[in-house]
Design a protein around this ligand. Structure first.
Ligand code: AHN
Ligand code: ZN
Length: 348
């Protein structure tokens, strides 16, 4: 009403007779409509369960982002291919995100050599306190130490699935977040130096802390002091045809409620063949360090296969066979569409 009076007052200046009556009527009708639509908007924001349109995850686009990384060559830290991947990932994310940071760090690997690493953090709505993060490692393992042919074990992996895949999914999510802005804080964190763990056939310390060096650094030194999030999701090896993602052990230990909700979301979206409710083993992966050091509940969507030759991961893991032919856009779609549904439709 206050607004109606205000508008009427403006019009009472130099307009005469019945024209003014017509105008006042028009203004009141328009104002009435506005009130009504505002009321509707108010109601829908109060009922949190109102469906929000979920963008379609473009699997071809994501596949092209995976291929681009594989085409650089193995993204082994401190190589040209790695630097090219960092430049491309950063420039691409800058087109889409509100802020992109490259976090430089120095770390020691299993044989005491010192490496320079770079974590890449792209943020949407950086001021929002209501945050979640999505993550994957983007580096490639310098060894194919699980290949049947021992002579090739010092060859770096091409890393179609191990490295490029999760990153490709997150690049497509970033593109969708740009096309369809969302009202909550999202960080996309690409970790470096996840895969420089000790080769299987070396005598050096096989301790699991040699894995996830980038996430260990970030967990102890987040890109923003005091950074926290409601929860995090890690993607690892989410690209192979007919992949299955059981409920990984540390995810169910540190983030059981969120894990179950994400799996339920996937099933409801039609991806129950991938997201299975079987109990999976415990994997020391980036999420383990985030849970224990940063203390942010974080789950891992990871392809596990206890029947494979290596006993844990899918067969081509850390072999020469893990290249772009390992990537099936249908699996990419299952993971990406599930994540978009979590982001756009769910309030957890
Ligand atoms: C361990 O083998 C202890 N962690 C492996 C995690 C990993 C490697 N994910 C991809 N590559
Ligand atoms: Zn690996």
């Amino acid at each position: 009403m206050i607004q109606n009076q205000f508008i009427i007052k403006i019009f009472t200046g130099n307009i005469s007779g019945h024209l003014m009556v017509v105008m006042i009527t028009l203004v009141m009708i328009t104002a009435g409509c506005n009130n009504e639509s505002r009321q509707q908007a108010g109601n829908s924001s109060e009922t949190k369960e109102q469906p929000v349109p979920v963008p379609q995850f473009d699997a071809d686009s994501a596949f092209s982002f995976v291929k681009q990384q594989v085409d650089f060559g193995p993204r082994v830290p401190e190589t040209k291919a790695h630097a090219a991947a960092v430049a491309w990932l950063t420039a691409s994310l800058q087109q889409w995100a509100d802020t992109v940071r490259v976090q430089d760090f120095v770390t020691r690997v299993y044989d005491n050599r010192i490496f320079k690493g770079k974590n890449i953090i792209a943020s949407f709505n950086p001021g929002s306190k209501n945050r979640i993060f999505l993550s994957a490692h983007y580096d490639s393992r310098p060894f194919t130490d699980h290949d049947a042919d021992a002579a090739t074990h010092k060859t770096p992996i091409k890393g179609g699935n191990d490295g490029a895949r999760g990153t490709g999914v997150l690049m497509e999510i970033a593109r969708q977040l740009h096309l369809h802005p969302v009202n909550r804080g999202i960080d996309i964190i690409l970790f470096d130096l996840e895969d420089y763990g000790p080769p299987q056939d070396t005598q050096t310390d096989q301790g699991s802390d040699w894995w996830g060096l980038g996430s260990q650094y970030w967990s102890a030194n987040p890109h923003k002091p005091g950074y926290t999030a409601r929860y995090g999701i890690l993607l690892d090896m989410v690209g192979a045809a007919d992949a299955t993602f059981p409920l990984e052990g540390f995810s169910m230990y540190y983030a059981p409620d969120i894990t179950k909700k994400v799996w339920e979301t996937a099933v409801a979206a039609g991806y129950g063949d991938y997201f299975v409710f079987d109990k999976g083993t415990y994997i020391t992966d980036d999420h383990y360090f985030i849970n224990t050091i940063a203390k942010i509940p974080t789950l891992n969507i990871i392809h596990l296969d206890p029947t494979s030759a290596n006993g844990t991961f899918y067969d081509p893991w850390h072999t020469l066979a893990d290249d772009i032919t390992q990537i099936d856009p249908a699996t990419l779609k299952a993971v990406g569409q599930t994540l978009l549904t979590v982001i756009y439709q769910k309030s957890f």
